[in-house]
Ligand binder design. Structure first.
Ligand code: PMP
Length: 314
């Protein structure tokens, strides 16, 4: 309502209202239920997963209800709030290096695989687990479509596992093949170039936004359904989050800032009024000491310190 969306209507689907506070509740639930159906999981078993945090929180909540033990492997760049939340839920948390890439023995996914093997646990494998994508075809896609009375012209999402963009994208394209699916990718991730040029560049950068952006192409990502990709830098994402809070009162996580910034670029490039949808992937409560803290933004070089020209500057 209060943000300039060019000629478009921009809708935000607040997945942050889920019990675990994120977009990962629905896929986590489906991955557990499908594993139970296949006889791969039974009460008392241990679930192991590599996650940016939110999938872990969702799994840990469902594990309480269905009687599983949980081990979660999280790279150390993720906020401490997610780690505390996981521990409070009873999960065992292992933090790993954030500065190593896919294929390195200390990469969080490699460590989760090793742990699962060692403890005889069930490795959820959200990156290649079809039940992740299917949950979005079954739940989130139809919900967005129905809530907008089938008038969805474009959908903007990021990629962690690719489950959301591929699942919702599949559903919306099936309903209306003209619906545009747009990737919002953090600057430094390899996916934007992959979508726009078809080439997998192995020059990976770093970004502070959590939960999206990749140094590899996740197996669930369906490139063919994505029409366009935008690269959004950390500053743009942080500014979008702060503007969303100040103008709409919505406290969103950092990945939602990337999505919002890309959605606004897309909206402003349109000539006629269309309905664009994007997501609030998780709640900003998890990032209060990061993107919503002025001193953190200054430390990360995202903002410069305002000089007072007196002793307070020291
Ligand atoms: N935003 C946040 C905050 C997330 O934790 C995730 C999942 N890693 C995503 C977006 C991306 O979702 P997906 O795994 O479906 O690509």
């Amino acid at each position: 309502k209060n943000i300039d969306t060019g000629p478009c209507n921009l809708y935000l689907k607040l997945e942050s209202f889920n019990l675990g506070g994120s977009i990962k509740d629905r896929p986590a639930r489906n991955m557990i239920i499908q594993a139970e159906k296949k006889g791969l999981l039974k009460k008392g078993d241990t679930i192991v997963e590599a996650t940016a945090g939110n999938t872990g929180i969702a799994l840990a909540i469902i594990a309480i209800k269905r009687g599983y033990k949980v081990i979660i492997v999280v790279p150390n760049k993720m906020t401490i709030e997610k780690v505390f939340h996981l521990k409070a839920l009873g999960a065992k948390v292992i933090t790993t290096r954030s500065d190593v890439m896919n294929g390195h023995p200390e990469y969080y996914i490699e460590i989760a695989k090793k742990i699962a093997k060692k403890v005889g646990g069930f490795y959820i494998n959200q990156f290649a687990n079809k039940a992740n994508l299917d949950s979005h075809v079954k739940d989130l896609g139809p919900e967005i479509y129905n809530q907008l009375n089938s008038k969805v012209d474009a959908f903007v999402a990021g990629v962690g596992t690719g489950g959301t963009i591929s699942g919702v994208g599949q559903y919306l394209k099936e309903k209306n093949k003209k619906c545009k699916i747009i990737l919002a990718d953090p600057k430094g991730s390899i996916l934007k170039d992959y979508i726009n040029t078809g080439k997998l560049n192995n020059e990976v950068g770093s970004w502070i936004v959590e939960g999206i952006g990749e140094d590899f192409c996740p197996p669930l990502l369906n490139k063919n359904n994505i029409d366009l990709a935008y690269s959004i830098n950390d500053l743009e994402a942080v500014k979008a989050c702060n503007s969303l809070l100040r103008k709409e009162g919505i406290l969103a996580g950092s990945s939602s800032g990337t999505l919002l910034a890309a959605a606004l670029k897309f909206c402003k490039a349109q000539r006629k009024k269309i309905n664009v949808v994007t997501l609030i992937c998780d709640t900003g409560d998890k990032y209060l000491r990061k993107i919503y803290s002025e001193s953190w933004r200054i430390k990360e070089g995202l903002e410069s310190k305002r000089k007072k020209n007196d002793l307070r500057d020291v």
